[in-house]
Structure formats: C-alpha cells, structure tokens
Write a protein that binds this ligand. Sequence first.
Ligand SMILES: C[S@@+](CC[C@H](N)C(=O)[O-])C[C@H]1O[C@@H](n2cnc3c(N)ncnc32)[C@H](O)[C@@H]1O
Length: 268
Amino acid sequence: MKQVPPAAPVAPWLGGKKRLHPLILERIEAIPHRAYVEPFVGMGGIFLRRRFRPRLEVMNDRNGEIINLFRILQRHYPQLLEIMRFQICSRREFDRLRVTDPATLTDLERAARFLYLQRLSFGGKLDGVFGVSAGHGPRFSLARLEPVLDAAHERLDGVVFESLDWADLIPRYDTAETLFYLDPPYFGGENDYGRGIFDRAQFARIAEILGSLKGAFLLSINDTSEIRALFGRFHLEPVRLNYSVSAAGGTEAQELLVSNRERIATLL
Ligand SMILES: C[S@@+](CC[C@H](N)C(=O)[O-])C[C@H]1O[C@@H](n2cnc3c(N)ncnc32)[C@H](O)[C@@H]1O
C-alpha cells in the first residue's frame, strides 16, 4: 500500500457519501488488500478520498457520462481545463447544455458538459435544475474548480476504468486479495440513476454473488427490513447519521454497513 494525498469528488452526485465517508474510509483502511474495486463508483466520493492505494484500483459505473469524465480527466486534462476556463455560470447555458444530446458531442465536450451540469445542478441530481439561488452560490468558478480537478487528475494516475454492469465486473476482479466497496442505489431508489440499469431484484443477486466471493467486501445501503433479510448471513453494522436533506431541517437516517467478516479475518 502506498500513501497518497486524498482528492475530493469533482462534482456532487446523488448518494455521494458526504456524511458517511469518514467511517467507510476507516473500515476500508482496516482491511488488507492488493486490489481495490468499486462496482458503483459514482463520482468517487469514497474512491478519491482514500489515503492509501494498492497496486490495482478499478472504478466502474454503468453511467457512461461518469466514466467518460474520469477518462478525460486522466488523459486530456489540459484540454478539459481549457474548455472549463471559458465557461460562464448562466441559466441559459445550463439549459442549453441540459437539452444537448451527449451523443452529438466529442468525448471531451461530453465530459465538459457533464461536469458543468453536475457542478451547477441543485443537489447534484441527474435531471437537475439550475442550482443557483440567493441562498446557494454557484459551485462554478475556475479558482474553485482548478485545484479540485488538479488533485483528481493526479489521483487517477494508473486507475483502471470500466463501464460494466456490476454483475459482469465482480467476477473479473475477484481474487483472495481484492477488496470490493459496493455502494448500490438505495433500496426504494432503484431508478434514481436512470431507468433500466438497476432494479429491486438485483439486491438478492448482489447478496448471492457476495456470498461466494473469494475476496473481501464492504457494502453500504439504507437499513430496511428487506435488506436485513437479504444480507442477514453477513456481518451487519447499523449506522445512525443525521442528514440535513431539506430546508425543513435534519432528519435521522439509518445506514447499514455489510461485510464478510470471516473473509476479512483470514486476510488480517
Ligand atoms: C449510490 S451511487 C454511488 C455513489 C458513489 N459512492 C459516490 O461517491 O458518488 C450508485 C451508482 O451506481 C451506478 N449504477 C446503477 N446501476 C448500476 C449497474 N447495474 N452497474 C453498475 N453501476 C450501476 C449509478 O450510476 C450510480 O452512480
């Protein structure tokens, strides 16, 4: 394991583990591993914040805009920065880019579009609305963006990118020295990341595949009776967090950290 400077996600993303990340990082750092794989990486709220890197690191997400952004950040960083340098923070530009079909753009333009929309949309939502208001300043200025992009660019050096379905990814990287951190959509929020990429039946499939894993895993999910029933054979650690999700004030949310402690014990 090599110590590395942690980086921050380059834009917000629904389920970005803003509050939970210190605890998850602590759990990940306690598990020895030579390969680290995230099948549901999103914007990398855990991946990028880690303080150690093993010899193999894999980022995977079915959302092609995300993986394209990471690839461009790694390979065409100066060009991406050049485009972002001339972006202005405007509702009209936001709306224009929102309705632009990414299939009509180059990979570089696609990455710039996605980054712009995610930085400026309210709550990092996928089909977001312009998130600038009297109470919310824009998350968009080169002075704020450049250091974040710089750190992510450095951190992505040597990382492998995949854009597979999680079920196809896991067997490809499963060895006795692999640690998987899984952050799937919430139970009840199966369509939060677009229709047709995830559904409720996949939770049972995840439990089944994790049950015969050679490596170690840590999974974070919302704590529901259905999830407890499906993942009951593993080690369950309930976590209570105080999220402030709405202007109305904080609400209590229960998260569950699921892991295969017996496998982890053999690695320790
Ligand atoms: C809870 S979010 C992950 C958030 C992430 N931890 C972060 O910090 O941004 C779940 C992610 O799973 C991805 N996803 C949904 N269905 C998938 C599938 N079948 N295979 C791979 N990724 C999928 C979504 O695109 C989304 O980015």
